[in-house]
Design a protein around this ligand. Structure first.
Ligand SMILES: [Zn+2]
Length: 130
């Protein structure tokens, strides 16, 4: 999992004017649920979009989202959007302190990034072939 519930993500949104003028801007959203129902493709993360942010392809979060993606009902009627691990972003602000393992991607709460090189979790350090 690239994002966890509660994480904030600053999306990189491109606006195109005319034929080849593209500008980039940022919009901050919060991950509130994820959809793994389609096992053939990648995970989709449902994000809460604050009313002051302008994000393309948004929708109103309805009861189906709440039920299927186990979203907190307080988001019912709010604006949402879907992102994936491939969505362009400027920044990922994890809700919890910790680091994701560079090898298995597991999030290790409380872990700190080493000064040199990527972080590997305990399991991967003890067994590099896992
Ligand atoms: Zn690991």
């Amino acid at each position: 999992m690239k994002y966890l519930i509660g994480d904030e993500v600053v999306l990189k949104i491109s606006d195109t004017f005319g034929y080849n003028d593209t500008t980039y801007r940022s919009a901050k959203v919060q991950v509130i649920g994820y959809d793994m129902s389609d096992s053939s493709s990648y995970v989709q993360y449902l994000c809460y979009v604050p009313p002051y942010e302008n994000v393309p392809k948004t929708f109103i979060i309805n009861r189906t989202h709440i039920k299927l993606l186990e979203v907190d009902p307080k988001f019912l009627g709010d604006i949402g959007c879907f992102i994936t691990a491939f969505t362009e972003t400027y920044k990922h602000i994890p809700t919890k302190e910790g680091v994701s393992c560079d090898r298995c991607n597991e999030f290790c709460e409380g872990a700190q990034l080493p000064e040199e090189g990527p972080y590997h979790c305990r399991a991967c350090r003890e067994n590099p072939y896992r």
